[in-house]
Design a protein around this ligand. Sequence first.
Ligand code: SME
Length: 158
Amino acid sequence: METKKRTYSDLINQTKALLQHEFDLVANMSNMVSLIFEKVPGLNGTTFYRWKNDELILGPFQGRVACMHIPANKGVCGHVAVTKKSEIVPDVHQFPGHIACDARSRSEIVVPVFWPGTNRFFGVLDLDSPYLNHFDVMDRNYLEQLAPLVFGNQGLLS
Ligand code: SME
């Protein structure tokens, strides 16, 4: 538990330091998924999807080739695009309509991301693990703090 807190608090500090002065979203999403993939143990994928023309479109990611278009309400990411609430999926095979981009994935967490200072939906951050039940409420709380840092200083202020 302490190790996980330490991992995320270091990750948040490193992310702030790296992204705060950069406003290019592709650059920031790219480095954020890279940092998460490197620092959070037990992942096989870390992916940004952006909300564009009423669907999710693949953004910067780490891991195997991923689905490029996800309609609203399809799979875990599409579900979060509708509910706008984080979803922890302990066993992806039990989630109706789960999209298996990488057959190794067994559990998943998806958090919604909003444009800074608004409730306008930007997209989702999706973490996949080859282990069952890999994510918990602590992951969710930290990832919800981490994701808005993708907007640089604007994310820090909101
Ligand atoms: N498993 C996700 C699709 C995205 S990939 O895992 C990168 C889902 O069901 O929404």
